[in-house]
Design a protein around this ligand. Structure first.
Ligand code: ZN
Length: 206
């Protein structure tokens, strides 16, 4: 039994949208897998299902950790719930183009070119090593979520013409976000970043 210090507490989680600073931040490896983090992962699955997603990275709920969850079925009672802690991708092979969307960019969908196959090594929440050679939808979701951990969105992977196409949408997201901050519906970027720093200090190495 481990008691949680106030410094390691995780508050109520919610999906964050572009351009929340958590999405642009490179997440740090987690070195402390504690009860609040396990509860946060359960909540991440709930949030993902509620939003109709099949993958969710920790920074999409403003947790600055290298961790994501996946269930390709998108339903709590079907498919397999996978948790990837501190994942590493290797051996990219082939090419596949498929339309992607992102819970942090609702309404935006674009074709994205990625390797068709990839190997992922990660840890489970229990600290068990995980090694999978992926293809198909799971390979795509894992690469999309892994990008989040590096502070990248799928819109960063588009060819030039498609980038121009989404530019206006991204601009609208930025205007909406700034408007919410101006009205006090969202904290200032400074406050959001300070919270990310606190959470990082609680479970990551310096
Ligand atoms: Zn996404």
């Amino acid at each position: 039994m481990e008691t949680t210090s106030p410094a390691a507490e995780i508050g109520p989680l919610a999906l964050v949208e572009y351009p929340h600073p958590a999405l642009a931040r490179r997440a740090k490896p987690v070195v402390r897998l504690d009860d609040p983090l396990a509860a946060a992962v359960d909540r991440m699955f709930e949030i993902m299902y509620e939003a109709g997603g099949i993958g969710l990275a920790a920074n999409q709920v403003a947790l600055p950790y290298r961790l994501f969850v996946v269930n390709c079925s998108g339903h709590p009672d079907e498919g397999e719930e996978l948790v990837f802690v501190n994942p590493v991708l290797s051996k990219p092979r082939g090419t596949a183009v498929q339309e992607e969307g992102c819970l942090s960019l609702p309404g935006v969908r674009m074709d994205v070119r990625r390797p068709a196959r990839v190997v992922v090594d990660a840890w489970s929440l229990d600290g068990e090593p995980l090694h999978l050679d992926l293809d198909g939808l799971l390979a795509r979701v894992v690469q999309h979520e892994y990008d989040h951990l590096d502070g990248r969105l799928f819109t960063d992977r588009l060819p030039e013409a498609a980038t121009l196409e989404v530019r206006r949408s991204l601009e609208t997201f930025r205007e909406v976000f700034a408007g919410k901050q101006a009205r006090g519906e969202l904290p200032s970027t400074e406050v959001l970043v300070a919270e990310l720093d606190r959470l990082e200090a609680a479970r990551c190495t310096a």
